[in-house]
Design a protein around this ligand. Structure first.
Ligand code: ZN
Ligand code: ZN
Length: 449
């Protein structure tokens, strides 16, 4: 099974290229060394001895000192179509993904209207086949129009290709509705991805509840708003022997709940976002909603450390950007009134490389492994550099420094939490589903053989 077989992408020319003397790292496949990576007709043909890889007529990239990884997979992206194409659409969102080194993404269903019918899924899949530069999978909502009441036609939605289900943007407030959804999920498959939050506890909160929110006089969202809902849903999933995926973990208590549920045998997976791994609520003192207002909110240092520990010990199996484009008019307002969310596809790897790998907090191998870990919770194939696989490759210069936003964004929106930061590590080329999906404009080392 390849990503091109199960997700949708614009058809194009199959890539053939050789990455000469590149440092290859694919921890999940136990590949670590200097090789010639030979891509032929869109597949990994071989990992040859350095200097010995040949493909007649293929492009040869002199890649000594550069790194090749399996391209990344993001299970949590907002493409904003239908309804908010002024923020993002399939074309710009997948271009942003390709620029970030991704070979596959999953699009959330909280659009306008929400993706709740078979016709909605079918229309989006057609759009992806016309305009997506990397494979996209679409989730449908769990409840009709995200009202939290009636379930969507989950069986039918699966039949037309919904990868999974999520009311992301909102929690599923009713435990009874959640239980019914899990019963259907057992019947038709498709992981249910959950935005976990208790609306009663979150109230009108706009940031993490703690000393900083108290000092600023802003309403806070307590950590237990998230962790108590995860505990509820883990218990329901255990009861139904169904499967759940917890989105954007943000609190130390939440990591504890997921860890305990896993230990008890519950079928539960979890993701964490780069901004929760790199930032704390101290940033909110700037009152800059462009970079620091998101839901769930960035929390305290103890939460950040717990998320990193969860990433290390496997409680959290994947990194997801929760790429959430917004236009300036929704952000150029006082912090309390601004829209929640930041973009992240183009900066996820570089930000985590800069903030966590270079200071020695986590290994490069762990980062690469977790950046590709978002496919498996949805029963999709993990990108790999193993010979024979569909070519999903990202070529990176780990020493390259760049300032985020300086050359603009591929995304239609610019609300990056990294805006203005200088990051170390840059994506040069992305091959997704066997096609060249991205090439950095300033990177022209490639020569035709
Ligand atoms: Zn969410
Ligand atoms: Zn989201």
């Amino acid at each position: 099974m390849s990503l091109a077989e199960v997700l949708d992408v614009r058809p194009g020319e199959a890539a053939s290229m050789v990455l000469h003397r590149v440092t290859v790292l694919d921890p999940a496949a136990a590949i670590d060394g200097v090789h010639d990576v030979v891509v032929r007709d869109g597949r990994i043909a071989e990992l040859a001895a350095p200097g010995e890889g040949e493909v007649d007529g293929a492009e040869v990239i002199e890649a000594e000192g550069l790194h090749a990884f399996p391209a990344f997979f993001d299970p949590h992206v907002h493409l904003r179509t239908p309804g908010h194409e002024h923020k993002e659409d399939v074309e710009t969102g997948t271009r942003a993904a390709a620029a970030g080194g991704y070979c596959g993404i999953l699009a959330m269903a909280n659009t306008e209207p929400p993706v709740s019918t078979a016709a909605d899924i079918t229309a989006l899949r057609e759009q992806a086949r016309a305009a997506a530069s990397v494979p996209v999978g679409f989730l449908a909502t769990v409840t009709r129009d995200m009202k939290g009441e009636d379930l969507t036609e989950m069986v039918e939605l699966r039949e037309v290709g919904a990868v999974g289900f999520s009311d992301d943007g909102l929690p599923i407030g009713s435990a009874r509705v959640m239980l019914r959804a899990l019963q259907y999920q057992r019947l038709c498959g498709g992981t249910i991805a959950l935005h976990e939050e208790d609306p009663e506890l979150s109230g009108a909160g706009v940031m993490h509840e703690g000393p900083v929110s108290a000092g600023l006089g802003l309403a806070g969202v307590p950590s237990v708003s998230e962790s108590t809902m995860i505990a509820r849903d883990a218990a329901l999933a255990a009861y139904e022997e169904a499967r759940i995926h917890v989105q954007h973990l943000s609190a130390a208590e939440s990591v504890e709940v997921v860890r305990a549920a896993k230990a008890a045998g519950v079928k539960i997976s979890a993701e964490v976002s780069p901004h929760h791994l790199c930032l704390t609520d101290e940033e909110v003192r700037s009152l800059d909603p462009h970079r620091f207002k998101m839901n769930p909110p960035i929390r305290e240092e103890r939460d950040r450390q717990a998320l990193i520990e969860g990433l290390r010990d496997g409680t959290v199996e994947c990194i997801a950007t929760d790429h959430a484009p917004h236009q300036p008019e929704e952000k150029d307002v006082p912090f309390e009134q601004a829209a929640f969310g930041v973009i992240g596809l183009e900066t996820a790897f570089a930000a985590l490389h800069t903030e966590l790998v270079l200071p020695g907090v986590i290994d490069l191998g762990l980062l690469v492994e977790r950046m590709g870990g978002g496919a498996e919770p949805f029963d999709l194939p993990r990108p790999t550099l193993a010979p024979g696989a569909e070519a999903n490759v990202v070529l990176c210069d780990l020493g390259a420094e760049w300032t985020v936003g300086e050359d603009g964004y591929e995304s239609r929106s610019a609300n990056s939490w990294c805006a203005g930061r200088t990051l170390t590590g840059r994506v040069l080329v992305t091959v997704a589903a066997g096609q060249v999906a991205f090439r950095l404009r300033s990177f022209s080392l490639g020569v035709a053989a």
